[in-house]
Design a protein around this ligand. Sequence first.
Ligand code: FES
Length: 102
Amino acid sequence: MTGHIIGTLADIPLGEGRTFVVDNRQIAVYHLRDGTLRALDAVCPHRGGPLADGLIDSATVVCPLHGRTYDLATGAESTGGAPVRSHTATVDSDGAVRVILG
Ligand code: FES
């Protein structure tokens, strides 16, 4: 399979995000409460806020600095601001988390 193994599912608490370096890029990987994963660029394009630290629900993350809200699936910003890139994050059968850059 392609992509990068970044750790295991246990590294990302349920309902939270963590930042990983993938191919020299900071990627925020989120563990949604339904058990699935999402991944976005980790740096908010507004003023560099740490998006892995933002509050998430099932569909969005809110930047902890000034509240821009990004779609976890597409990276689109809710008010039309600059988007972030979205990536693919999956869990292998052994619990390893794999990120494929988008
Ligand atoms: S740095 Fe993210 S909203 Fe300002």
